[in-house]
Design a protein around this ligand. Sequence first.
Ligand code: AHR
Length: 494
Amino acid sequence: MNKTKLLLDKEYTVAPLGKRLYSTFVEHLGRCVYEGIYEPGHPSADKDGFREDVRALVRELNFGALRYPGGNFVSGYNWLDGIGPRASRPKRLDYAWCSIEPNEIGIDEFCCYAKSVNSEVMYAVNMGTGSPQDAGYIVEYANFSGGTYYSDLRIKNGYKEPHNIKLWCVGNEMDGPWQICHLDAHDYGKKALETAKIMKWADPSIELCVCGSATSSLPTYPEWDRLVLEYVYDKVDYISLHRYYENQGDELDFLASFHEMNEFIKTVASTADYVKALKRSKKTMMLSFDEWNIWYQAKTQLKQWEFAPHILEDNYSLLDAVSFGALLCTLVNNSDRVRIACLAQMVNVIAPIFTEKGGKAIRQTTFYPFAMAANNCLGTVLKPVGKTPLLKSRSYGDVTAIPNAAVWNEEKREVNIICANISAESQYLELDMRSFGKAVLAEHQVLSGDLSATNTLENPDKVKPKFINCAGAASEKPELTLEPKSFNLIKFKV
Ligand code: AHR
C-alpha cells in the first residue's frame, strides 16, 4: 500500500474560508424553480407554494449565496415581469431555454426564500436585452429604503424592508455566442463599466462581479478577461469563471478534472494581476467561480416551449461524486483568490437535489461531498506539505492521486480534511499535526463502492457515506487509510 506523509501546520495557511465558497445557483431553467423549490399543491408546500421537503435538503447543504435568476435566462429577462400581483404577471417566451416562463416567482419571493434557508442572494442583472439604467432600477428596488419610485414600488408590493442584496453579477456569460445579445469584449467592457457606475451610485455598499470567460475552452479565453478587466478594474470586485466537466470515456482524465480547474483559476488570477500592474492599482481582483459542476452537456436536449420542462436533469454516479469532490478541494485550496463559488445548480437542473412532481425529494450522489465540505470546512485553509503519489493522466500528465484540502476551525478546535483517492489502490495517510498538539480522529465519512451506482426515486439511498469507526488514541501523527476511488471527510479534534 502507498504511504503518504502530510504535514499540517497551523502557521502554514492559505486564507480564511467563509460560507460564500459554498454557494449555489437557482436559474429559471427546467424544473429548478417550478417543481423544484416551488410547487403549490405539493403535500409539503407552505402557504407561499415552496416545498418544505426541498427546503429541508437545501438547509442541509448550508449554502452561502444563492445566485439568481440566471444564467442564460437572465439575458432576456425583464425583472419587472416578476413583481407585483401574481394575476397580472405576464407569461413570456424564454428564448434561452425555449420554455414558457409564468413569472410566478420573482425577486421578492426569491429574496424571502433565500432568507428562509439562511443564505444571501447573488443577483444577476440583464446585460443582453437589458440596459445599464434597468440595472440601476433593480438595485434601487431591492436596496433603497424608500421615497423614490422603485423603492416605493417595492413597499407597495408588500416588502417594507429593503432586501439588501450585497452581491450582484453584471450579466451572465456575455462572451458566449449562445447568449441572448452576446457582445464582444470591448462592447461588454464599456457596457459593464457604465452599468457598474450606475449600480454603485444607487448603492455604494454593493459588490459587483463582472463576466469573465464562460469556459476555458472558448477561443476568446483569456483575452476576454484581460480586455474586460481593463475597462472595469476600478469599479468591480470580482471576475467570474464558469466551467463544467464530464466523463468523456477516460476515467482517470475525468477524475483529474480538478487539474484543469486549478489551471483555469491560476490563469484568470494572473490575467487579473497583469491588469492590476498595468493600472498601477493597489486592489487585487478576487474571483467568483459562480458556475461549476459535472454536466453531461452532450446529452442535453431542449424541448420546445414547455413550462418547467425536464431538461438538464443529470443523474449522478458515485464516480461523478468523487470527481466532484476533487473539484471542491481545488476551490478550497484557491480560497486566497476564489472568494465565491456557486455549485450550478441547486435543484433538478444538474443538481444535488432531485424532485418528483407531487412526490419525493432525494439527494443525488454529489449532495454528499458538498454537504461534508460546506458543513465542516469553514475557518482557515491550511497548506498541506508533503509528497503524494502521482498518476499519469492522458490530458494533464502527472496528477496527485489524493487531491485534498484541510481547514482549521480555531473556534471549534477542529481540523477538517476533505480528500479524494482517485487511484485504484488504497492509500495510507500519515499526518503530522504536531503544531496542534495531540489530535483525536473524531469522524471519518467515506463515499466508496460501485462507481456506476446512482440514487434514484426508487432507490434514493443507494449511494450514501458510511461512517468508519474512529475509536483511537490522541496522537501527533494520526494515521488512516483511504479506500480506492473514494471521497472522504476526516475530522480531528485538537
Ligand atoms: O447552468 C446552466 C447554464 O450554463 C447557465 O444558464 C449558463 O450560464 C451556463 O452556460
